[in-house]
Ligand binder design. Sequence first.
Ligand code: CDP
Length: 223
Amino acid sequence: MSDGHQPNPKSARAIIIAVDGPAASGKGTIARALAAHFDLPHMDTGALYRAVALNLWRWGGDPASEFEAVRACEDIGSNWDDPELRSEPVSKIASRVSAYPAVREALIERQRAFASQAGGAVLDGRDIGTIIAPAADVKLFVTASPRVRANRRVRELLERGMPAHFDEVLSDLARRDERDMKREVAPLAPAADSILLDTSDWSVAEAVAAAIERVQARLEGAE
Ligand code: CDP
């Protein structure tokens, strides 16, 4: 600009930031920090699949039935704050029901509406940069090694007072990664234009700082 004024990407226009990655990669923490930094609303889309799983679990529904899983998509608004949402049984069921095309279809509009709201948004999940918001301004794909992710998940579960054993958590993450990457609908994969962030050797503060820096750089480059 001729007057030397740099437009501030924090306020210049509505920004959509997509944060995808495998389980316990740190994408939720990064997405929340980006939302706070850029003053944007945030949606944890994994919570939608977890809420469906929790409904199904409470009813004693069968995760092998796509029909029952779709019924469990109704009325998911009531259990956002339920601590069971993050429990291992619910995580396992969430990973199974999220592979059903009809479940993904039932949840897509809510996510797209959130992504396209006037002020912009940050969403984290598995298919934000590829399916939900393919035109997002910035896409991050957050990863970490399986052992680092398993350690983080064990710590998170213990802090919540839930039981956790490293070997079980590690093999469970591997099963969920495989299911997420191999499913036919919206498989977990980095969008072609995403920025890869491997957080294996970083503290939370380092990962957040790196994410903010990369997003800022991409936004300035796009101005
Ligand atoms: O926190 P964590 O990464 O373990 O899981 P999450 O993000 O809360 O997601 C729970 C489950 O929902 C995952 O195992 C995915 O299979 C599924 N999911 C999905 O399929 N698509 C999304 N956009 C978000 C989550």
